[in-house]
Ligand binder design. Structure first.
Ligand code: ADE
Length: 248
């Protein structure tokens, strides 16, 4: 069964964009997922196909009209798919959401201009409002691309088993350990000795410690949650201070 993505947008030419390349692009060609970009302008009003108007109460920018968005939504076969509205006002999009979307039949993504969509149509349609970070994009299309990319890589058959391990490593709530490849010496810098040792248990311990160090340094929010989950146990001492410095 093909995982179905629909994007409602004023800029259909922005799709598939980067999703037409590499992993997602190959999966699209193989029919593992499909992408239908619908132009909401087709539902605009009058000769000029107007889709927005000024905000009630005053203020800058334009707001997308609820009647226009509703007309666009009425033409979509939702078929059990969640409607997702990327917006900086949304709750933070998390890997758990991505897993849930990827496990279902697909998603419908409503791409607004950043001033936003009239709240009533979001309420009436049961849209999930999600943010991809605390910054303002010029529209929802890039956020939709981020969301779809994250979903597609989880679809069965898209990634090899080696790559799926990365998902596991994020699942325990820590950032990933640093990666190294050949040459073992580069520009006066050595790869950490233990990674060359072939000692799998020691390597696993080093990686776990490095993950803890980098998470503690960069993401105190994830670190606090990890410690709380560890049942108030003091987690293993993180790796050498030199690692923490390098990772900062
Ligand atoms: N649209 C504009 N900015 C956004 C953001 N940070 N996240 C999701 N959608 C957006």
């Amino acid at each position: 069964m093909t995982w179905q993505a629909t994007a409602l947008t004023l800029f259909p030419a922005m799709f598939p964009g980067t999703l037409g390349q590499s992993l997602a692009g190959r999966a699209l060609e193989r029919g593992i997922w499909s992408l239908d970009a619908r132009d909401m302008r087709e539902h605009g009003l009058g000769r000029h196909r107007v889709v927005d108007d000024t905000p009630f109460g005053g203020g800058a920018g334009m707001v997308m009209r609820p009647d226009v968005v509703a007309a666009a939504l009425a033409c979509i076969e939702r078929a059990g798919r969640p409607l997702v509205y990327p917006t900086p006002r949304g709750r933070p999009l998390a890997q758990a959401d991505i897993r849930r979307y990827a496990a279902g039949p697909g998603v419908v993504v409503l791409c607004g201009r950043y001033e936003g969509v009239d709240e009533r149509v979001l309420e009436a349609s049961g849209a999930e409002q999600v943010s991809i970070g605390d910054y303002i994009l010029s529209g929802g299309e890039v956020a939709a691309t981020v969301l779809l990319d994250a979903c597609v890589r989880l679809l069965p058959g898209v990634m090899g088993s080696g790559e799926s391990a990365v998902e596991e490593s994020f699942a325990d709530g820590l950032l990933e350990y640093p990666l190294y490849t050949k040459p073992a010496q580069w520009d006066g810098r050595d790869v950490p000795e233990v990674l060359l040792s072939g000692h799998h248990a020691a390597i696993a311990r080093w990686r776990r410690a490095a993950s803890e160090t980098v998470t503690q340094a960069r993401r105190p929010d994830l670190w606090a949650a990890y410690q709380a989950r560890a049942g108030q146990d003091t987690p293993r001492t993180a790796g050498p201070r030199a690692d923490a410095d390098r990772l900062n």
